[in-house]
Design a binder for this molecule. Structure first.
Ligand code: 0L1
Ligand code: MG
Length: 234
């Protein structure tokens, strides 16, 4: 169900797109639109994607957000959210990011999946994901909410493409058939010091479930995950 007409959806998308382009934070959109629905929020996100495409940056992947139990608890949610990645968001392994063009970036260590065939729901299972996966690669996601002080609610952050800003994929890959992704460890270093550690199981119990959930969420809108899509599992 939605409450906003197409013109309002497009103008809210432009509002968020320019906040990102100018690195200027804005107030969360539910302040002005308290009745915004989840459907409206994903329509705004779709319109933001169209603006990226028009600016010469087509979609390069998909992402899940709020899939870690810690983040879900922090936000008081039970269902993850999804967003998109674009070509302009990619950063080469070992390259620098110019943070003066960002608002208040944060970094997340993630596992990313590359699929060799389409995946669709409903009913997409862990086994379906495994048979469609080419490889799994470590990734860093740089999130940068367009909202002041990183303060938002779920509908506002969905509209803001789940805070997506940049991402880096590593140069080593693993096969999900040869590796137990639940116990695959991630260690994040900052200037040589360990700042965060985690295991794959932090992502919905198993990162494979993040991809299955994404396929099932997209099927509610008659969409699927296309082949050769990189997916950040959150
Ligand atoms: O990628 C993520 O898990 C972040 C989703 C959006 C919430 C946030 O900005 O912290
Ligand atoms: Mg993330």
């Amino acid at each position: 169900m939605h409450t906003l007409d197409d013109d309002t959806v497009n103008s809210l998308a432009e509002h968020l797109f320019s906040a990102q382009a100018n690195a200027e934070p804005v107030v969360k959109i539910t302040d002005a639109w308290p009745d915004l629905t989840y459907d409206d929020a994903y329509r705004i996100q779709d319109a933001v994607k169209t603006l990226h495409e028009a600016a010469g940056s087509p979609m390069s992947g998909l992402k899940m957000g709020l899939t870690s139990y810690a983040k879900m608890k922090q936000m008081g949610v039970e269902v993850p959210i999804r967003g998109f990645l674009t070509q302009a968001m990619t950063v080469g392994d070992g390259r620098e990011v110019d943070t003066s063009r960002l608002i208040h970036p944060k970094v997340e260590a993630e596992l990313a999946f590359m699929l060799h065939r389409d995946l669709s729901g409903p009913g997409c299972s862990a086994a379906d994901v495994l048979s469609a996966t080419d490889f799994v690669v470590p990734a860093l996601e740089i999130i940068d909410s367009r909202y002041e002080n990183f303060r938002f609610d779920l509908r506002s952050v969905i509209a803001d493409n789940t805070s997506a800003s940049h991402y880096v994929t590593g140069s080593t890959t693993v096969s999900p058939h040869a590796t137990d992704l639940k116990t695959l460890g991630v260690v994040m270093y900052k200037n040589g010091e360990v700042v965060q550690t985690g295991a794959g199981a932090a992502v919905l119990g198993d990162p494979v479930m993040s991809v299955a959930t994404l396929a099932n969420m997209l099927s509610e809108r008659g969409e699927s995950i296309p082949a050769n899509t990189l997916i950040l599992t959150g």
